[in-house]
Design a binder for this molecule. Structure first.
Ligand code: SAM
Length: 245
């Protein structure tokens, strides 16, 4: 069975949406992954199909009910595989490439998309949901976050990226941001391509790219740079120190 994503949402028609296009869309049509979206509202039991209620303790907004969400999660988890259940939320652990790789190594994901103020805390506890954030900002719903997470996962599934699109050297693959890219024309609006890239010396090109990746990471992401230099200094590290140190 292929890697399978179940998305629990109040807007099931949003999926696959952009994931039906381009690389992820081709992989979907090729059966390398599959997706189903479950309408949370269809698990409501009252006449009005209520999925939310006012917060105990007062305050603005509405909260998604635990009983309705639990029924939806139960249905999704019953459809096979021992898949992690994730609640997309700004207070979750921030998504990174290492987390994406872990998710890709498993059978798939069950993703709960919140709306309103979020979901009742008890369903997070009862179902042991992993809380994941896509960044320090607030979206109006979890659906775009689920799409971001799925896009990041699907491109890493075996056979999805061809050699030309290979993710081996891209940002975060070795703890660094990626080096700059150039293509034709070699001279554009008076801006020349760095001569080393036209030299044909593969080792020189590799050294330049490494140094550029390190410079960009050092300048833009001190947090990543600190981790990278720590790892490079650790006993057993591959080459002992960054190229540009
Ligand atoms: N009251 C919540 C808070 O302050 O943390 C925000 C709720 S938000 C308006 C509605 C839903 O959008 C959330 O339940 C969550 O599913 C989703 N969401 C918003 N921002 C997100 C983010 N940065 N990462 C992942 N999901 C997010």
């Amino acid at each position: 069975m292929s890697w399978h994503a179940s998305v629990l949402t109040l807007f099931p028609e949003m999926f696959p949406g952009p994931l039906g296009q381009s690389l992820a869309g081709r992989a979907l049509r090729d059966g390398r992954w599959s997706i189903d979206s479950l309408d949370i509202r269809s698990f409501a039991t009252d006449r009005h199909r209520t999925v939310d209620d006012t917060p105990f303790g007062g305050g603005a907004g509405m909260v998604m009910r635990p009983d309705v969400l639990d029924a939806a999660l139960g249905a999704a988890l019953a459809t096979g595989g021992d898949r992690p259940a994730v609640y997309l939320t700004p207070r979750g652990r921030r998504l990174d490439q290492a987390m994406v790789r872990d998710f890709v190594a498993g059978p798939g994901l069950v993703l709960l998309c919140g709306r309103y103020e979020g979901v009742d805390e008890r369903v997070i506890e009862a179902r042991g949901l992993q809380e994941v954030s896509i960044g320090d900002y607030v979206l109006s719903g979890g659906e775009p976050a689920a799409m971001v997470l799925l896009d990041a996962c699907v491109r890493l599934l075996p056979g999805v990226m061809g050699a030309a699109e290979s993710g081996v050297e891209e940002s975060f693959s070795d703890g660094l941001l990626e080096y700059p890219h150039y293509t034709r024309p070699a001279d554009w609006q008076g801006r020349a391509v760095p001569p080393v890239l036209l030299s044909g010396h593969h080792a020189e090109v590799a050294r330049w790219r490494r140094a550029e990746a390190e410079r960009i990471t050092r300048e833009r992401r001190p947090d990543l740079w600190a981790r990278y230099t720590e790892n490079a200094a650790a006993p057993g590290a591959m080459d002992g120190r960054p190229a540009a140190a």
